[in-house]
Ligand binder design. Structure first.
Ligand code: AMP
Ligand code: MG
Length: 325
C-alpha cells in the first residue's frame, strides 16, 4: 500500500466520503466519526437501522480521552493490554462524537485496530473513523477487499486492499460504563484473556443472548438458511436435506472430518481443528456456500471457550429467524 493511496483515502474521509479499509477483524466501511452527514451515508449504504451505533476507530490508545469521558480504571487496563487489537470498549462519549454515530446514546464504542493499513489511514486522517463492517446490514462480514467490492461496489468511494483479515471475526465488545465490565459481544479477544488482564471473572450478559438459539433475528447470515445440529448429527441432517433435493453446504466438524466421513451434499468443507484458523476462514466458507448456490448450510457449534465463543455466537446469529423477504 503506497503512502499516496493512504493520503488519498484520508482526503476522501475529510471530504465526507466513504472508505472501506482492512482491519485485523473484518473490513470496515469508514466515515469521519464527527461528520453526521458522512456517517448517515454509512447507514444508507449498509441499510443499517440508525439505532445500531457505530464503532469509532482511533489511531492511538493514548488519545482515548479525546473521544471518551470519565474513563474508568478497568478500561485503561484493557486498552493498555489489548490495543491495538480486536477489542472495542463502550465508554461515556465525548461531546465531539455526534448522535448520528452513537445512535443517540450517551455512550460510544471505541477501538484501536491492529492492522498497518488501518493505522496508517487513521494517522493520516488524524480524527476518529466510524466504521461498521463493510457489508449490507445482517449479512456476512467481508474479510477480503474482493468481498467488499462484490457486495457494495460503487456505493463506496474507495476500497483499500490490505489482503485477507487475520482474525476473521469482529472485535470483542466490552461495556465498561457500569460497575462491572461486561462482554456485549464475544470476538477476537477471548473472555479468558480479558479475565486474566482484569484478574476477575467477567459477566457475559445475555448469556441468554449468546447461548439460546433462535431468540435473536439473524445477523452475520449468508443467503442460505443455516441449521445447527450436534456434531454427530451433521452428516445425517445434511444427507436428509440432500435427499429432499436441497443444495446443501456442510461445515464438517473436525472430529467427524477426521474420522473420514463421506457426505452426500453439494459442498463440503472440513472445519479447521484450530479455532483461530476456523475464525479466520468462517465468513469465507459462508460466502463460498452462497456462491455455490446452496439453499441450506448444516453446521454444529464448536466448544465455547477461547475463539470458539465468538464462532458459536456468529453461527447462532446466522441461524436466527430471518426477517420477512
Ligand atoms: P458492528 O456491528 O461490528 O459495527 O458493531 C457495532 C456494535 O457495537 C453495535 O451493534 C453495538 O452492539 C455495539 N455498540 C456500538 N456503540 C455502542 C454503544 N454506544 N453502546 C453499546 N453498544 C455499542
Ligand atoms: Mg457488521
Amino acid at each position: 500500500m503506497s503512502s499516496s493511496e493512504i493520503a488519498d483515502a484520508a482526503g476522501v474521509l475529510r471530504a465526507g466520503g466513504l472508505v472501506a479499509f482492512p482491519t485485523e477483524t473484518v473490513y470496515g466501511l469508514g466515515a469521519n466519526a464527527e461528520d453526521a452527514a458522512a456517517v448517515g451515508r454509512v447507514f444508507a449504504v449498509k441499510g443499517r437501522p440508525p439505532t445500531h451505533p457505530l464503532i469509532v476507530h482511533i489511531a492511538r490508545a493514548d488519545r482515548l480521552d479525546d473521544w471518551a469521558a470519565d474513563v474508568p480504571e478497568p478500561a485503561r487496563v484493557l486498552a493498555e493490554r489489548f490495543w491495538p487489537g480486536p477489542l472495542t470498549l463502550v465508554l461515556r462519549r465525548s461531546p465531539r462524537i455526534p448522535d448520528a454515530t452513537t445512535g443517540g446514546l450517551e455512550t460510544a464504542a471505541i477501538r484501536v485496530p491492529n492492522h498497518p493499513v488501518a493505522l496508517a489511514l487513521l494517522s493520516a486522517f488524524g480524527g476518529g473513523v466510524a466504521a461498521p463492517s463493510a457489508n449490507r446490514f445482517g449479512s456476512v462480514s467481508p474479510t477480503t477487499a474482493a468481498h467488499v467490492r462484490a457486495e457494495l461496489g460503487d456505493a463506496v468511494d474507495l476500497v483499500l486492499d490490505g489482503g485477507p483479515c487475520a482474525v476473521g471475526v469482529e472485535s470483542t465488545i466490552v461495556d465498561v460504563t457500569g460497575g462491572e465490565p461486561t462482554i456485549l459481544r464475544p470476538g477476537g479477544v477471548t473472555r479468558e484473556d480479558l479475565e486474566a488482564a482484569l484478574d476477575r471473572p467477567l459477566a457475559v450478559p445475555g448469556s441468554s443472548s449468546i447461548r439460546v438459539p433462535g431468540q435473536h433475528p439473524s445477523h452475520y447470515a449468508p443467503r442460505a438458511r443455516v441449521v445447527l445440529v450436534a456434531p454427530d448429527d451433521v452428516v445425517v441432517e445434511a444427507e436428509r436435506a440432500h435427499d429432499r433435493g436441497e443444495r446443501v453446504g456442510v461445515l464438517l466438524p473436525p472430529a467427524v472430518a477426521g474420522a473420514g466421513a463421506e457426505v452426500k451434499a453439494h459442498a463440503v468443507v472440513a472445519v479447521p481443528a484450530s479455532t483461530a484458523a476456523y475464525a479466520h476462514r468462517l465468513y469465507g466458507f459462508l460466502r463460498e456456500f452462497d456462491r455455490e448456490g446452496c439453499d441450506l448450510v448444516v453446521a454444529s457449534l464448536p466448544e465455547e471457550h477461547g475463539l470458539g465463543l465468538a464462532i458459536a455466537n456468529r453461527l447462532r446469529r446466522a441461524a436466527g429467524p430471518r426477517p420477512p423477504a
